[in-house]
Design a protein around this ligand. Structure first.
Ligand code: 5GP
Length: 221
């Protein structure tokens, strides 16, 4: 795992896309955290717990072309859009990053993220590996956290146990999962999702005290 410096007062902060360079942001405003990890690892459960227990953290709401699952609410879990609208968002540069995942497209609206960061609000993106790589390139000061399953078998069990996707979709997600697991070393640190509350506690510590970055992992190396 690479250890990236999280100290220092200022660093170049470049946003992707035309004419949107943010310039230099002080430490207090560099609170962008990215949470990634294979599908089924429990990212959305962690995010739901964060939303409940830590309303001070702002969670970016992504745009997706995927159909809503039962219980998902437009504007809360995702903004559900069609392909034409997604094309338009890409062309107009309104997305900070976007990626195709298992047959659907997902992206992070740029404007709200930059606004929250400028206000100094701890900000979290829950996105896939490709998206995390794009954020790494465009905002190198972001903290990239990998949520790992306790084991591969556990991941497969969780993905199937969700019962919301057909076998073909599960197979695609497992394939993507293998790819994501192989990229764990690209992240600043890993958290193993053995316990949702524990992961949330560690995440909050990271987001509110980035100096704790080296002591917050629960991953044996
Ligand atoms: P799901 O369909 O299970 O909600 O999400 C599938 C994958 O898309 C997950 O790995 C999730 O983290 C990722 N994802 C959700 N929103 C975004 C986004 O805005 N950008 C990117 N790149 N990935 C996203």
């Amino acid at each position: 795992m690479t250890e990236r410096s999280w100290s220092g007062d200022v660093s170049a902060h470049e946003a992707v896309g035309p004419g949107t360079e943010v310039g230099f942001l002080p430490m207090s405003e560099r609170r962008l955290t990215v949470l990634s990890g294979p599908s089924g690892v429990g990212k959305s459960t962690v995010v739901a717990e964060l939303r409940r227990a830590h309303p001070e953290v702002w969670l970016s709401v992504s745009v997706t072309t995927r159909r809503p699952r039962p219980g998902e609410v437009h504007g809360v879990h995702y903004f559900f859009v069609d392909n034409e609208e997604f094309d338009r968002l890409i062309e107009s540069g309104e997305l900070l990053e976007w990626a195709e995942f298992a047959g659907n497209r997902y992206g992070t609206p740029r404007e709200p993220v930059l606004k929250k960061l400028a206000e100094g609000v701890p900000t979290l993106l829950e996105i896939d590996l490709e998206g995390a790589r794009q954020v790494r390139r465009s905002m190198p000061e972001a903290l990239l956290v990998f949520l790992a399953p306790p084991s591969w078998e556990e991941l497969e069990k969780r993905l199937r146990g969700r019962g919301t996707e057909p076998e073909e979709v599960i197979a695609r997600r497992l394939e993507a999962g293998r790819n994501e697991m192989a990229a764990e070393h690209e992240f600043d640190l890993s958290l193993v999702n053995t316990n949702v509350q524990d992961v949330c506690r560690r995440l909050i510590a990271l987001m509110t005290d980035p100096q704790g970055v080296t002591t917050t992992t629960n991953r044996e190396v």
